[in-house]
Ligand binder design. Structure first.
Ligand code: UN1
Length: 509
């Protein structure tokens, strides 16, 4: 539990500060409804102060080598590892993910820090051949300047490091707004940067809501915006930033992700992968699967087995190791998931499992005010344009979509959503697998696996409505650095490429 006598502050320019706002907000444990601590709510003025500090700190930070900058992150890497259990529990208490997931979030964070800090010693840029033997050509990288980071609650430790670790090692300064649902994780990360002794103004954290995030996105001093979160907000950010010359946004958003189970599938793998993809994190990953596209030859058996698990999967106290699904993040989200379950019924699907309201005896003692929901599973017509099978719910709301015919048909159904983040094919036939690999419109594709659990050094991002960039690992380097094409002449003569004449002709010639 965070300290209850304290109102937690922002971290700006190397200082803890109340900021200019009068308001505070609480972090709530979604499994109990109890407060975990009170936090200052940031204002656009606080963002202004943080951006001034980040801008001021650029020069000093950029004067350091990549390797020196990475040293601060190595300290954080060790701390994340040493405090694994404790921080995993904080994640679980604050965002409701069951404990193995809470701990995996912390592990994913130190993996990202390790990648970014280790990358500091790798070659940067390229040596490029020139048409002219006397010329040396290089592609070099420079930091863009100030990076604004807006991160979600569902990976409250990992995703901040996706955004910030590479940005900082590359020489940018950062202004970060953690999700309003997980300010305690934000507080702990800011304490880590402080303890690591990062120079004032290089890392700044402003707690708050959408208006704080918007102030970061809108400000001219921000050179790159990194955003992970909902499609609506991401699209708004991408279009706003797109209209501001010189500014970049890398946005990673949601999905309506599919698992395709063909007639050649091993059904043990299929059921296992589908359960993991649909119900882990209570369906609240942007890569969670809400569509299971299953061939008619294996449909009945798959359905029977999947439904059996969905009826029994354990929902409960996320701190207990026996729990598979914790609560939803907040009451408003419980309402949204419930509405989508109701909508599916109105759209006349065939409901197979409805655990929208759990039985009283399923809810652990002392957790009556948690935001509980269990699986909701239904079958629907794959060809029909229903809202429930096409809109992202972000919960354990799963459609079984039966298909007949070949893999081409399955992939057509797979691609029939506006999103394109993650997906999987379950099949023992390599031709089907390869067809899916080449034709599924997604950024993260899996074969004979769940469509969740990407490793940090893979590019993470989607196509279509799911994203316009990759705010993590190697790919984020493009968003947080500028390239310079640098050419040096080693000769005293000027010789041009493309056969361009270097002769200067005068009237006398
Ligand atoms: C998210 O879905 O919001 O691939 C992020 C995964 C994790 C990250 C998920 N590494 O499931």
């Amino acid at each position: 539990m965070a300290n209850h006598d304290e109102v937690y502050q922002h971290y700006i320019d190397g200082e803890w500060t109340d900021g200019t706002g009068e308001e505070t907000f609480e972090s709530e444990n979604p499994a109990t409804g109890k407060s975990l601590g009170e936090f200052r709510r940031g204002t656009p003025d606080d963002v202004d102060t943080a951006l001034a500090a980040a801008t001021e700190a650029e020069e000093e930070w950029q004067a350091l080598s990549h390797i020196d900058r990475a040293e601060y992150l190595w300290d954080i890497y060790h701390e994340l590892k040493e405090r694994h259990q404790e921080l995993g529990e904080v994640v679980t208490k604050e965002c409701g993910k069951e404990i193995s997931e809470g701990k995996a979030d912390v592990t994913e964070a130190w993996h990202m820090v390790e990648w970014a800090a280790g990358d500091a010693r790798h070659p940067k840029g390229d040596v490029v051949p020139s048409e002219i033997p006397a010329k040396d050509a290089y592609m070099r990288r420079k930091p863009r300047g100030v990076v604004g980071c807006v991160t979600p609650w569902n990976f409250p430790v990992a995703i901040p490091f996706w955004h910030m670790a590479v940005s900082l090692v590359e020489g940018n300064t950062v202004v970060w707004k953690p999700a309003e649902q997980t300010p305690w994780c934000g507080q702990i990360i800011a304490e880590m940067f402080e303890e690591a002794g990062i120079p004032d103004g290089v890392f700044n954290m402003v707690q708050g809501f959408g208006d704080t995030g918007e102030a970061i996105v809108d400000d001219d001093r921000v050179d790159t915006v990194l955003f992970t979160g909902s499609a609506e907000v991401g699209q708004e950010i991408a279009s706003k930033v797109g209209g501001q010359p010189g500014k970049l946004a890398a946005c990673e958003m949601g999905g309506k992700n599919n698992i395709v189970v063909t007639e050649e599938a091993d059904l043990d793998i299929a059921v296992h992968s589908a359960v993991m993809s649909s119900f882990k994190t209570t369906g609240q990953r942007c890569v969670s699967s809400e569509r299971l596209v299953v061939h008619e030859d294996v449909y009945d058996e798959f359905k029977e087995r999947f439904v059996e698990v969905a009826k029994d999967v354990s929902v409960g106290d996320p701190l207990e190791e026996e729990t598979f699904m914790g609560p939803l993040i907040e009451e408003g989200h419980k309402e949204k998931v419930t509405e989508y379950n109701e909508l599916a019924k109105r759209e006349d699907v065939n409901v197979l499992v409805d655990r929208t309201e759990l039985d009283d005896d399923e809810i652990p003692e002392g957790h009556e005010d948690g935001h509980w929901v269990g699986p909701f599973v239904y079958e629907a017509d794959a060809q029909e344009n229903l809202r429930c099978t096409h809109e992202e719910v972000f919960g354990p709301h799963v459609a079984l979509l039966k298909y007949s015919g070949d893999i081409e048909t399955a992939v057509d159904i797979h691609n029939d959503t506006d999103y394109g983040l993650a997906g999987a094919i379950i099949s023992e036939d390599y031709r089907q697998i390869n067809y899916f690999r080449d034709n599924a419109e997604i950024g993260l594709a899996y074969g004979n696996l769940p469509c969740i659990g990407a490793e940090v050094h893979l590019p993470f991002g989607g196509v279509k409505k799911s994203g316009n960039g990759y705010p993590s690992a190697r790919e984020v380097i493009e968003a947080v650095t500028e390239r310079t094409a640098w050419t040096l002449n080693n000769s005293k003569d000027i010789q041009m490429a493309q056969g361009l004449s270097a002769d200067i002709k005068t009237r006398e010639d």
